[in-house]
Design a protein around this ligand. Sequence first.
Ligand SMILES: CC(C)=CCC/C(C)=C/CC/C(C)=C/CC/C(C)=C/COP(=O)(O)OP(=O)(O)O
Length: 310
Amino acid sequence: MLQLPDSPPRMKTLVSVDESYNLCRHLIAKYSTTFYLSTLLLSKEKRPAIWAIYAWCRRTDELVDGPASAMTTPETLDLWEQQLEAIFAGQPKDNFDVALADTVQRFPMDIQPFRDMIAGQRMDLYRSRYETFEELYLYCYRVAGTVGLMSTAVMGLDTTRNTAPWNREQQPYVPIEEEIALGIAKQLTNILRDVGEDARRGRIYIPLEDLARFNYTEQDLFKGVIDERWRSLMRFQIERARQFYTKAERGISYLSADARWPVWAALTHYSGILSIIERNDYNAFTQRAYVPQWQKLRSLPLAWMRSQVF
Ligand SMILES: CC(C)=CCC/C(C)=C/CC/C(C)=C/CC/C(C)=C/COP(=O)(O)OP(=O)(O)O
C-alpha cells in the first residue's frame, strides 16, 4: 500500500534526494509500467523530475481511489494540501516529498495545478454523477489536465519555435490548452475503459445529459446493457475523447525537442485504448480494454517519426 500522509506531521529523518527519486521511480514503474517506459525516452535530467511529479499525483489519487480510501475525509485532503505547501516551501515532510521539493526548485513551477488536483479528488469524495459535460470537464481538468501543466514545466518548451527572425516581435505561443488536452483525453479514455468497474462502485462519470440523449438509463448502465443505444453513446464519447487527443497532438511540436517522442509515445498508447474498446464491440462492462505490450512497442518508431515531423 502507498505511504499516506502522517497525521499529525512529526519530526523524522528523511531519505536523501537521490534515494527519494529512486522511491518515486519504483512507484511509477510498479503502478504505471507503460508510462514509466515512455519516461525513459526523456533526457536524464528531466526523467527523475517527471517521476517525482507522477509519484505525487499517484499518491494523491490513491487517497480517494486506493485501498485505504474509505478512511479519507475532507480533513485528510486538507492535511495533504498543507503537506504540498511544505514541499513548495522547501520543507518536505516525507520520503517521497523530498524528490518533489528538489524538482520544484530545479524546474520552477506553479503550485496551483497541484492544488487543483487535490480539489479534483475532493470532488470524488462527494460526487458520483455529472450532469453535463461542462461539469465533467472541470473534474477531468483537475484530476488529469493539471498533469500536463506540471509536466510541461519540466519538459520545457522549444523557444526557437515561433521566434523566426521575421516573427521576433511576437510572444512565443504557450500551448496551455494543448498541455491540458492530453490529460483530459486520457481521463475520458479511462472513464470509458472503466465504466463497468465504476458502476460496480455506484459511480457514473459519463454525463447524465449524454445518457438521456441516447435514451440509455442509469439502470441500463448498472445492468451492463449493450445494445444500439449503448453503442451510439460510446461512439459519441470516443469521438469526443479523440478530439482532445487531436488538440494535444497540435501542441507537441511546441515542446522542447527531447520531450516530443515520449509524449507522442504516451499519446499513441492512450488513444489506442479507444480502438480496443471499439474492437471489443463497446463491451467495457466485462472486458477491460488493454493495449498489448507488443503493440505499444510496435508504435514507438511511428511515435518517433511523428516527433521528428510535427
Ligand atoms: C501535448 C502537450 C503540449 C504537452 C503534454 C503534456 C503532458 C505530458 C501531459 C500528460 C497528461 C497525462 C498523461 C495525464 C495523466 C492522466 C491520468 C488519468 C493518469 C492515470 O493514468 P494511469 O496512471 O495510466 O492510470 P491507469 O493505470 O488507470 O491507466
